[in-house]
Design a protein around this ligand. Structure first.
Ligand code: C5P
Length: 240
């Protein structure tokens, strides 16, 4: 599979076309940004861990019947995915209060929610990714009612699969962000990545943060936290 025309560069990934029009190549970078790009840095080895961890979760979800864009891992920083058009929404699922929810509602971080909360944000850097409700999404034509229903259901099923799996590994899934894509046939599938960049993982015993909050909040040990998540998932680091 040869890498062809460069298609898109995001904050943490580059996307390329391949010689197969139905497949894209995703390359994971070490660059990290936070607070709408106002904070920037390099997390040594992050791209390698995010590639490994995302592939691990996508495979787990596929096994549970949740369709994802993942096809195969090509190298330590690259995966092959199904070509999709990204729906310009960030779908956030929360089990425990943290981050922006804590600020918005004045609830202390760490408060368990009685049921998961699903939120939609408009992927628009120039607007600071505002939160949208279902009316905004439908009236703006970002997704149909049917697609919204599918994304909400897939997000909640993803939450159940990941939450239970991580619990066995001693990790609490506090919250996470998903992105969805439309295939050429118009089917909604899970896309983007699922990694410590896009999830909050807390050690269940100590509540230590093992995710990008270490970078956002200058807590130190950022690369070590990503490595620790991978170690928890596979029980060793022999694949790195
Ligand atoms: O910042 P906030 O508390 O709303 O983030 C909720 C979850 O969504 C966190 O796990 C965070 O890592 C993720 N997120 C993300 N990309 C964004 C915003 C949030 O991955 N642009």
């Amino acid at each position: 599979m040869s890498k062809k025309e460069f298609l898109y560069e995001g904050k943490a990934k580059r996307i390329y076309r391949t010689d197969d029009p139905g497949k894209y190549l995703v390359e994971f970078k070490d660059e990290a940004t936070a607070f709408d790009g106002k904070k920037r840095g390099i997390i040594e080895g992050k791209g390698v861990y995010n590639n490994l961890i995302s592939a691990y979760f996508f495979k787990l979800l596929e096994k549970e019947g949740i369709p994802t864009h993942y096809l195969e891992t090509i190298s330590d920083r690259e995966m092959l995915v199904r070509a999709v058009t990204i729906v310009p929404l960030e779908v956030v699922v929360r089990n425990v209060v943290a981050g922006s929810l804590s600020k918005r509602l004045g609830l202390p971080e760490g408060t368990a929610l009685p049921a998961p909360i699903v939120e939609f944000y408009y992927k628009r850097d120039d607007l600071g990714d505002p939160m949208l409700n279902c009316s905004h999404i439908q009236v703006l034509g970002l997704a149909t009612e049917e697609e919204l229903k599918t994304m909400r259901e897939l997000a909640l099923r993803t939450n159940e699969v990941l939450r239970r799996h991580l619990e066995e590994k001693g990790l609490l899934l506090v919250d996470f962000k998903l992105e969805f894509g439309r295939t050429a046939e118009g089917t909604i599938i899970l896309a983007d990545e699922i990694s410590p960049d896009t999830c909050r993982f807390w050690d269940r015993a100590t509540t230590e943060r093992l995710d990008k909050d270490r970078f956002r909040r200058d807590l130190g040990g950022v690369a070590e936290a990503y490595a620790e998540v991978w170690r928890r998932l596979v029980g060793s680091e022999e694949d790195v």
